[in-house]
Design a binder for this molecule. Structure first.
Ligand code: GLA
Ligand code: ZN
Length: 648
């Protein structure tokens, strides 16, 4: 199992390396990840390559039993490159992104691609036969700093060509997009614009002032541009070596289609910071991030950057409390992680990330966090057999897909509506009932319940698959704002919920994007604050109805028998407790046994054992007893603050 830290030899004096390597070895580490952002060190001048610093560092680490994951440095183009070539992205106002940080290069810029290919090829050639380089990482965090969308002329030209391939003729595109509205017809593919700022929006608005098909296709194209850029580097590396290739993804990040991005990778890595300057995350949110990362390839992943200290840029988040670093590592491993690499080994004295603390602080003295990580490393040697290659017993699936994320952000329906929040709320309800829940697309037949909240941009193939799944006895849950849009982001002429109408056995006669709180009674009691569908059951029956306002008595939540299965339709948003009760009912009906536990106790069922976590800073009792696989002793359910147990 990979266990280690991000280590940047170029940040330290050479005579410090040996003591760092020794500390890593003594902390039970076997892996470092390096060279992301080291472009300027490896290619100080155009076409002058010097890898000697990395040769030496890799060698010294290997002598300490530590292998290297090597990153291509293309997220950090050096100054000579931007002096000579205009590679900078353009924002919605046509302004170049300033140089001075990172990730400012445009994926479709010929010079940036050419120079990225050259450094990648030079590295691949140089390190291909180095047995201590065990894997490669392409670039770093595509899409971070909101840099997925670029409005430069290279992007516009590439977009035109991309559309031409997909639409064939400009008449076809004009028709599919409905450019007749406001006289927006294009006379040729070269004529097509990017959805940049226009006359119709206030400054700094999000994209919504353009044709919705143009907007959605631009999101797809932009995501695809990075997938393509990544593939360019993968292809180069694969010419020289068989070492596995990865990239570090960003969990919940919405801008790049991670199903596409991970297709060309041998395995997924991702960067996990549960508590930094921008806030602390609820444990269910972190668990979902891990499940998203496992779900994109339906395969276990490695954490490329795991938080190891107080973290932030101009200010910091909380210092991880005793036990928390260990807990966070196990949380990742419980959700499909099978390797942990901490960010970073030691805090740096200079540079933008001076405050991003690592395992060691600036003085380099091993203290509490180091010893906790060291102990966890020793423990993992015993527990590895319960982690590597293991899979949880999943009962439910949450479908989360990128065209829907983009479409819902282009046309938000109601000012407080958020697709990603709605999808998360169904994950959270399942997590609180300790139901193992995957987040992915496809392969429905493995799960007892499939949630497709606000699945609005309808992929016909996916609807066909889910119909088959229900017909064969599956349970589907869908909600308001589902089934209405095609892949071009246009609205169907059928009655809501359009593509789901037959499955759900209902018609939505009217709806109300809410300004007034609406009450719901029946199977669960709730309030809706965002949205109400006013439902006419056709073959379905009502489980809940509205109880105030002009549509009192009309159905709000329904269930329909379809083939051997069931379809639930939830016409409104729910309070957290009501949603949990609804998910409990649906799960029990589908043969799942929810487990109630005190808040903060997380229970994961894997093969024939159970992983328990206490996310609270106080003792708590879990409703599980047995024998601890960590200590071999009897376990009565009592968990320490931030405790972890593997129980059989
Ligand atoms: C990301 C990057 C790292 C580092 C950390 C901390 O995860 O990949 O290079 O910048 O954030 O900000
Ligand atoms: Zn561009």
């Amino acid at each position: 199992m990979l266990y280690g830290a991000c280590y940047y030899p170029e940040h330290w004096e050479k005579n410090e390396w040996a003591s760092h390597a020794k500390l890593m070895r003594e902390a039970n580490m076997n892996t470092v990840r390096m060279a992301d952002f080291a472009w300027g060190v490896m290619e100080p001048e155009e076409d002058v390559f010097d890898f000697s610093l990395f040769d030496e560092a890799i060698e010294l680490l290997a002598k300490n039993g530590i292998k290297t994951i090597l990153c291509t440095p293309t997220a950090g183009p050096p100054k000579w490159l931007v002096n000579k070539y205009d590679i900078l992205q353009r924002d919605r106002y046509g302004r170049p992104e300033g140089w001075g940080s990172r990730r400012e290069g445009c994926a479709n810029n010929a010079a940036y691609r050419y120079r990225s290919a050259k450094i990648t090829e030079a590295m691949a050639k140089h390190f291909a036969n180095n047995p201590n380089v065990i894997a490669w990482q392409i670039d770093n965090e595509f899409g971070c700093h909101a840099s997925t969308l670029c409005y430069c002329e290279s992007c516009r030209r590439a977009f035109c060509a991309w559309l031409k391939k997909r639409y064939g003729t400009i008449d076809n595109l004009n028709k599919k997009w409905g450019t007749v509205f406001w006289s927006l017809g294009f006379s040729s593919f070269d004529d097509i614009i990017l959805p940049a700022a226009n006359s119709c929006e206030p400054e700094n608005a999000q994209a919504w002032s353009h044709n919705p098909s143009l907007d959605l296709e631009f999101r797809r194209f932009s995501s695809n541009s990075w997938v393509d850029f990544q593939q360019m580097e993968i292809d180069i590396i694969k010419k020289y070596t068989n070492a596995p290739v990865s990239h570090n993804l960003m969990g919940h990040a919405p801008d790049i289609d991670y199903y596409d991005l991970s297709r060309g990778l041998d395995f997924v890595m991702w960067d996990n910071y549960p508590d930094n300057q921008w806030g602390g995350s609820d444990y269910e949110y972190v668990s979902m991030a891990h499940e998203i990362m496992r779900g994109v390839k339906d395969r276990n992943f490695v954490v490329a950057e795991e938080q190891s200290g107080p973290a932030g840029w101009d200010c910091m988040g909380a210092n991880p409390e005793p036990g928390q670093l260990r807990l966070w590592a196990y949380q990742a491993l419980a959700h499909g992680g099978e390797g942990i690499i901490y960010f970073r080994f030691k805090a740096l004295n200079y540079g933008m990330e001076q405050y991003w603390h690592g395992i060691l602080d600036h003085d380099g003295i091993p203290r509490r966090r180091y010893f906790e990580i060291q102990k966890t490393g020793a423990e993992l040697k015993k527990l590895e057999q319960y982690i590597v290659g293991k899979k949880n017993n999943y009962d439910a699936l949450i479908v989360r897909d990128y065209p829907n994320i983009w479409s819902h952000s282009i046309k938000r329906h109601q000012r407080d509506f958020s697709y990603t929040e709605l999808v998360y709320s169904y994950f959270r309800a399942n997590a609180q009932l300790n139901i193992n829940t995957a987040v992915s697309i496809g392969n429905y037949e493995r799960y007892k319940v499939v949630y497709m909240p606000a699945y609005n941009v309808v992929d016909e193939a996916e609807i066909a698959k889910v119909t088959e799944y229900v017909r064969n006895g599956g349970t589907l849950v869908t909600t308001f704002r589902s089934g209405q849009r095609n892949r071009k982001n246009n609205i169907a002429s059928t009655t809501l919920p359009c593509a789901f109408a037959e499955l759900a056995g209902i018609e939505v006669e009217e709806f109300d994007p809410l300004r007034k709180t609406t009450e719901i009674t029946g199977l669960v009691k709730s309030e809706a604050k965002i949205w109400c569908d006013i439902i006419k059951p056709i073959t379905a029956k009502a489980l809940c109805a509205y109880s105030n306002r002009w549509f009192a008595g009309r159905a709000a939540i329904t269930v329909n028998s379809f083939g051997k299965g069931k379809v639930y339709y939830v016409g409104c948003d729910l309070t957290e407790p009501a949603q949990k009760e609804l998910v409990r009912y649906i799960s029990e009906q589908a043969g799942i046994s929810p487990i109630d536990a005190p808040r903060g106790i997380e229970i994961i069922k894997r093969e024939d054992f159970t992983i328990l976590m206490n996310h609270n800073d106080y003792e708590e009792t879990a409703p599980v007893t047995g024998t601890s696989l960590i200590t071999g002793e009897k376990f009565d359910g009592k968990m320490r603050p931030y405790g972890v147990e593997f129980i059989k």
